[in-house]
Structures are given as C-alpha cells and as structure tokens.
Design a protein around this ligand. Structure first.
Ligand SMILES: [Zn+2]
Length: 469
C-alpha cells in the first residue's frame, strides 16, 4: 500500500523575465487542458472514461493530432492553439483532463447515490480556474533540492517557454524546506516529477514523496478492542477501551474516553454559522444551498473538516498507545433512509459527513501507522440495554447528557456509553464466532443471537460495571 505526501516549495523571487517564462508555460498548459476537456465532451464523456489512461491518451491524440495514420483529425489542436505544443506538455494536459473527467463522473455517481452534501450543488463538468502543470519526469530536474549542504536555496530546473516560443529548461531557486528531509528520513522516497502551481502572483512547486507500507494482517485475537461511538452531537466520540483475554474468553473495560471539550466549541461555532444560513434562508425564501450562501457554507465545511481531522487524530493517538489494538466503528448506513423535518435534515447531513470524514481519516492514519480498523452494523447498539438486552429508551434529564434507562433491569447509564458496550459485545461475538475470519462487518443478526449468549463477557463487565451519569 502506497502512502503519498506532498511538499510545497515556494519558487523564490525569480526575475521578471524568468517569471514570465513560467507564466507562459502555465497559460499554454491551461489552454491545452481546456481544449482537451472540450474535446472529451464532444467525443463523448463516457466513451473516454471507459478507456484506460493509456488508451484514452492514444484515442485523444488520434482525434486531435495529424499523423500519417490520421491525416485529418476530427478536432485539430492547431485550430485552437497557435503555439506549437510540445508532446510532453500535451500529454500531461491530456492525462490531467482525463483524470478530471473521471473524477467528475464518479462525483456525479456519488451525488446521485448518497444525496447532496450540504451546500454542494450537483457536480458540474470540470472548468478549471487554478491551473497546475504536472511535469513529465524528463522536463524537470530536482536533484539539487535533496542535497543536505546547509544552503538556504537550492535550484530546480524546469521546462519553460520563452517569448520566441522555444521550450528550454531553466534554473529556479526554491527555499530549502526541512519537512522534505524529515519525510525522507522516515522512509519517503521523492518521485521523479513535480507540479508547478500559481497562487496569485507566487509560484510553487509541489513535490510528492511515496512510501510503501505493508498492511498488517487483521489480528484475529486483538489484545485491545477500541469501540468508538460517533454521536457527534453531544460528544464527538465516545471511546471504550477494552482488554480482551482470549484464554478465558473474557473482556474488561479499561477506560472510557470522551472527545469533546475544545472540539465541541468548534461544533458550536459551526452550528452558529448554520443558524445564520437558516436566518438568511428565511429572509430570502430561497434554498439554503443556493449560491449566495457559498461563503458561509465554505466556512461550515472547513470547520467540519477541521473537527473531523482533529477527532480522528485523537482516536488514532489512543489506539497507538495500546498493544495490538483494533479500532471498531459502526458501519455508516449512508444518507438514504428516513427524511426528517427540513430544519433537521441539514443537521442530519452535516453529522453524516462529519462521521464519514472521521472514519475515513482514521482509516488513512491506520495505513500509515499500521493498526487496524473494523466495523459493526449499527441499529441495535443504541436501543438495547447493554446489561440485559432489553429494548429501552434514551432520555435527557438535564438536556445536555442523554441517558439510557432500561425498563427491564433498571440499569441507567450514559446513552453513548451504553452504545459502546453494545458495540463491543457485538464485535466480541463476531470474533468469537468467526475468529475474525469471515466478513469484517458484523451484521445485526449476529447481535440478536449473541445477546443471549454473552454470559462470559457480561459477567466480567458486571464486576467492572461502569455507571456514568
Ligand atoms: Zn437492562
């Protein structure tokens, strides 16, 4: 499994003439990219996307470049672009256009499947505004930046376009960046290429580094099972850390952690912005996902992302501190399902995306850090008594903390803790029955059967019975 990191190096104050040469190659590249996006649209989006990358390249060249085999291409490039385009630049643009259209098609598919992300409109056909040029390996020379000679600046050689229209490589200074060496020291290997990016007036060079990581096999008998309930409204996460004893078929609660505090403040901030969106919506009578709310939505989505990344980092940190641990989440059901009142619908979507981002991020970190993630199906975890299995209800005496009270045995506990216990039993029964071998997602069917059979686990948990009110 490959992990990729990108380091952004600022191209440091090249002189005017050299700056213009960068500009020129970027705008030419932009024109070529736009040209090919248009060609793909005309030639048939699905026709192109169904081809493999190399096939698509050949096909798109055959309908735009005049050769002996195809003397009269359907969409000749020279009709649109007057400067002769070097093969490498053209091919890089074609590959980028192909990638953009491909992700457009998959975004569209997801959009239909999962419902709209709040504040996001239906994906539209790519119309790039910020251009970046990914160089072919032969058009860029980076050797100098990997030298550890203590110099403040290093040079990169980039292919640029002169005023008279010739392509040639020139030296550009970049500031030496420590992070590059840190990554290399931890086993990342720089790729032989780079991407030129313009942001306002500045140019940057993005260098990617790769590391191949061997995925650890899922432990069939994890010593620590970390069950995470992502409520994301009252607590961002409720984390139960359980120690398992496989000989005695027993498990013991070691600790319950809540993630809230600072992060919950960000949630409040986000909800305030959401409130503003609603107020605006009431005033204008328009949908809250309309254009005029774009800025607010951007802020809300950024906050959501920030919250998710920080929560994931915490979960990963807890996991890394435990021996032979596995993190277990509830499988997300997707956004389909019962629709709530319009005002609650947005919250539901936001919570869904927050949960999804947290889970995705923990999975990403798990690949890098070498721990494992597994899933159980939800459904019963929040409604059952974790002590006797009777169906019960959540209630909130103080308004802030939700409790679970069992009508059967009277057990009263923090509702999220109750869900974590249930999730843990569910997962344990899966490990005991399937030895972790069969499907990795535990289905609700298993949970029903196991509620009667879980005497061993229940016994040990009883002695540790955790009441959190
Ligand atoms: Zn009960």
């Amino acid at each position: 499994m490959k992990v990729v990191k990108t380091v952004l190096l600022k191209v440091y104050e090249p002189n005017k003439e050299k700056r213009e040469a960068l500009d020129r190659i970027l705008s030419l590249y932009a024109d070529v990219l736009v040209f090919y996006l248009e060609v793909i649209r005309k030639a048939g989006i699905y026709r192109v996307v169904s081809l493999k990358k190399e096939q698509a390249l050949t096909f798109l060249e055959s309908i735009t470049i005049s050769t002996k085999a195809h003397p009269d291409p359907q969409f000749p490039i020279e009709e649109k672009i007057k400067t002769p385009v070097q093969t490498n630049i053209r091919r890089s643009a074609i590959n980028k256009a192909y990638g953009m259209v491909k992700s457009y098609v998959s975004n569209l598919k997801n959009w239909y499947k999962e419902g709209k992300e709040p504040g996001h409109n239906k994906p539209s056909y790519p119309d790039p505004k910020n251009f970046s040029l990914t160089y072919y390996a032969t058009d860029v020379e980076l050797q100098d930046i990997f030298l550890r000679d203590g110099k403040e600046f290093h040079f990169v050689r980039l292919k640029v376009l002169s005023e008279s229209g010739d392509y040639r490589k020139r030296n550009y200074p970049v500031k030496v960046y420590k992070r590059l060496f840190e990554l290399m020291d931890s086993g990342y290997i720089p790729k032989n290429t780079a991407t030129l990016i313009r942001r306002d007036k500045d140019f940057y060079l993005a260098v990617t580094l790769e590391k191949t990581i061997k995925r650890k096999k899922k432990p069939q008998k994890p010593e620590t099972v970390i069950n995470v309930d992502l409520n994301v409204e009252r607590n961002l996460a409720c984390i139960g850390i359980f120690e398992t004893d496989w000989r005695k078929k027993n498990s013991k609660l070691k600790k319950i952690n809540f993630i809230n505090g600072e992060l919950l403040r960000l949630v409040k901030k986000r909800d305030y912005l959401l409130h503003q969106v609603r107020v605006k919506q009431k005033l204008t009578g328009r949908s809250s996902t309309r254009e005029d709310n774009k800025k607010l939505w951007k802020k809300i989505n950024n906050l959501n992302r920030d919250i998710a990344l920080k929560t994931a980092k915490e979960i990963a940190k807890i996991t890394k501190e435990c021996e032979n641990a596995i993190v277990v989440f509830e499988k997300l059901k997707g956004l389909r399902g019962e629709k709530k009142k319009k005002s609650r619908e947005l919250n539901r979507k936001l919570s869904y995306w927050l949960r999804k981002k947290i889970v995705d991020r923990v999975q990403e970190i798990s690949i890098e850090e070498g721990f494992n993630v597994d899933f159980v199906y939800p459904g019963w975890t929040s409604r059952k008594c974790s002590f006797c299995g009777t169906k019960g209800e959540r209630f909130s005496p103080s308004g802030s903390t939700a409790l679970f009270k069992c009508p059967g045995c009277g057990y009263t506990v923090n509702a999220d803790v109750n869900a974590v216990f249930n999730q843990h039993f569910l997962y344990l029964s899966h490990l005991l029955k399937a030895g972790g071998k069969r499907e990795s997602v535990v289905s609700p069917g298993v949970s029903l059967k196991s509620s009667r059979k879980r005497t061993q686990s229940k016994g040990s948990l009883k002695s540790n019975s955790y009441v959190c009110v």
